[in-house]
Each structure stands twice: as C-alpha cells, then as structure tokens.
Design a protein. Structure first.
Length: 147
C-alpha cells in the first residue's frame, strides 16, 4: 500500500485552515501561512519519513531542502511548546491518515467490483463451455483419411 501523499496532507491542511492549497505552497510568508506550511511539512515527514527533503520542498512550491529543514525544526519546536499547535498537528496527521484510508478503500472497492465482474464472466464462460461440450455429439475416432 502506498503511503499518504504530500498532496493529501496539503489539501487537508488547507481545508483545516480554511484556505486554498495554493496558498500553502505559494510564495507568501505571512505568519499564519508559515505556521500551516511548517505544520504540513512536519506531518508529511512523520507520515512519509522515506521522502527526501528535496522532494518535500519540491511539492511545497519548489522550496529548497534547507528551507524544509528549517520548517521541520521550527514546526517541531512549536508542536513541543504550544499545546494548540500540537493538537492542530495531531488533527492534521489523523485527518491525513483517515483520508488516505478512505481513498484506499474506494480504490479497493473499484478493484473488487472489477474482479467480481471478471469472475462472473469466467463463470458464465465456464457454464457455456460445459453446455457446449454436452451439446456437441461425440465423433468416433477417425483412423484413416479417405481420399
């Protein structure tokens, strides 16, 4: 199963902050947007530790890996010092996981419906083949070919 995507975290962070995802990934550096961006980067790194800092920076508006390091440090410090920030980060983390699981469930339902259709078609084909076999008369074995 693939992990939570950066896009999912950004979209949920934007929804929780009542802003657009483009605001989080954009160039503006107002204090509220910076807090949300840092929180989202922290949550992405928590959920997807295998992602490089460069990759995370790329998804957050093409930011440099050193900017991501700074965001992770400041974001983690803010979470440790401010209970409201800790609650907000936890809510984002939880919401991202829930959304990801819902997406996986939707995808699995589509796969299940497709597989059920294929099974049904094979069962019908199997039933048709056995009907066909019983309807075809048996021919005696031909040992020589007449000219």
């Amino acid at each position: 199963m693939a992990g939570v995507t950066i896009q999912e975290v950004i979209a949920i962070a934007a929804e929780q902050a009542r802003t657009r995802p483009e605001a989080i990934t954009g160039p503006r550096r107002t204090a509220p947007l910076v807090r949300i961006r840092h929180r989202a980067m922290v949550v992405v790194k928590m959920l997807r530790p295998e992602l490089s800092l460069t990759m995370i920076g790329r998804w957050f508006g093409g930011r440099d890996h050193s900017t991501v390091i700074n965001a992770l440090r400041k974001g983690a410090l803010r979470v440790a010092q401010d209970p409201r920030e800790a609650e907000a980060a936890e809510a984002l983390w939880r919401a991202a996981l829930i959304e990801h699981l819902h997406a996986q469930l939707r995808a699995n339902r589509v796969i299940a419906r497709t597989l059920e259709g294929q099974i049904e078609a094979l069962e019908k084909a199997g039933a048709a083949a056995s009907l066909l076999a019983s309807a075809v008369p048996e021919f005696p074995e031909i040992t020589e070919v007449r000219r």
